[in-house]
Design a protein around this ligand. Structure first.
Ligand SMILES: *[C@@H]1O[C@H](CO)[C@@H](O)[C@H](O)[C@H]1NC(C)=O
Ligand SMILES: *[C@@H]1O[C@H](CO)[C@@H](O)[C@H](O)[C@H]1NC(C)=O
Length: 352
């Protein structure tokens, strides 16, 4: 298939991206976080018996492999009540339609009907079309109320490592790419149980999302291009370790984690400075392709946490899709085909 961007447009986009990064890098500096070895905090989840989870000799990075037999994944050995969960990730290159890489927190194994979840999902693509990123938030089993947002990136995530972080505190959630906050969810009373409140583990997985990941399942995984390999390093896990079974249902969220919560609240990445907020708005303006907040067909009444900005509203159709970003992509894609995810307990809307 021909690439969807003609060369001059690609060149212009590259120049714009470089300018974008330069304008961001002056505004934000790297987080001061210490990284862990795999064996200090993580455990293999699946695919390791097939040799599809490969740890480096210093145990500081991990390769996940998807071949025609299995994908692979790992998880934190413990659950955490709030924290910063972060990894530098390099995505599989070449033809990756149907391939899904996920970096997320969840407690679905412990609380089957009332689970909480915070997601980064990376959706592969056909030749010449870029990876897309989706973030999502679930609380207390709110799987019928997906809060998806989707974005393009200002870099090629298959070429080098970039840091993806999820900050979860008592009061707010921030998704970061490198040091740029890309999404903030502020807890409100109106959100109720939809705000994640119970201890979660951290997961990293690579799997076959053929039925939904690329254009609603139109492009399944093509194993001619396998193995697909994604690499994770700079593993960061900073939070309050907690045994979910010992937590009584009525216990306050911060119970036993007060000191850790206070420390987290003080961390520089827990606050969005004016400069970072500017960078966030810029990113969302340029790269957000879908927001549940503007999807009036699915949610006629926006969720309480949705800060619907009129000037932003006009950039989205009532399907929640941007009418500016990614428009050249959609020209080739049937619209309106959405299938719920079948993988990993997440009920995400498929990418367009
Ligand atoms: C980074 O964090 C370490 C450990 O928490 C601390 O000792 C050090 O002072 C911090 N460095 C900066 C530049 O904030
Ligand atoms: C979570 O869901 C359960 C079961 O539906 C309900 O009993 C509980 O009150 C909810 N918790 C919150 C914090 O909304």
């Amino acid at each position: 298939m021909a690439g969807f961007q003609s060369p001059p447009i690609r060149r212009i986009l590259t120049v714009l991206s470089v300018l974008f990064v330069l304008s961001l890098s002056t505004a934000v500096s790297a987080f001061n976080v210490s990284t862990l070895r795999f064996d200090e905090a993580y455990t293999p989840l699946f695919g390791h018996h097939n040799g599809n989870l490969i740890r480096s000799s210093d145990d500081k990075s991990v390769r996940l492999v998807l071949d025609r037999y299995t994908g692979s994944g790992f998880a934190s050995s413990d659950l955490y009540q709030h924290g910063l969960f972060s990894a530098s990730i390099k995505l599989p290159s070449d033809y990756t339609a149907g391939v899904v890489v996920a970096f997320y927190t969840s407690n679905g194994d412990v609380f089957r009907d009332t689970h909480d979840e915070l997601d980064f999902e990376f959706l592969g693509n056909v030749h010449g079309k870029p990876w897309r990123i989706q973030t999502n938030v679930y609380g207390n089993g709110s799987t019928s109320r997906g809060r998806e947002e989707r974005y393009l990136l200002w870099f090629d995530p298959t070429k080098e490592f970039h840091r993806y972080s999820i900050l979860w505190t008592e009061t707010h959630i921030i998704f970061y790419i490198d040091e740029v906050p890309i999404r903030e969810v502020v807890r409100s009373d109106a959100m109720g149980g939809d705000y994640p409140s119970k201890p979660m583990a951290v997961y990293a997985t690579l799997w076959d999302g053929s039925t939904w990941a690329t254009s609603g399942g139109r492009y399944p995984v093509n194993y001619k291009y396998s193995p697909f390999v994604s690499e994770f390093s700079d593993l960061v896990l900073r939070g309050c370790r907690k045994d979910p079974i010992q937590q009584s249902p009525s216990a306050a969220a911060g119970d036993g984690c007060a000191a850790s919560d206070a420390e987290l609240a003080e961390a520089e990445y827990a606050t969005i400075t004016p400069e970072r907020r500017q960078a966030m708005l810029k990113f969302r303006h340029k790269y957000m392709t879908y927001s549940y907040c503007y999807d009036a067909r699915r949610y006629p009444v926006p969720f309480p946490e949705c800060d619907v900005i009129p000037s932003e509203r006009v950039r989205f159709r009532d399907t929640g899709n941007s009418n500016i970003v990614g428009i050249r992509h959609r020209r080739h894609v049937k619209r309106g085909r959405r299938v719920p995810a079948v993988g990993m307990g997440s009920n995400s809307q498929a990418a367009i």
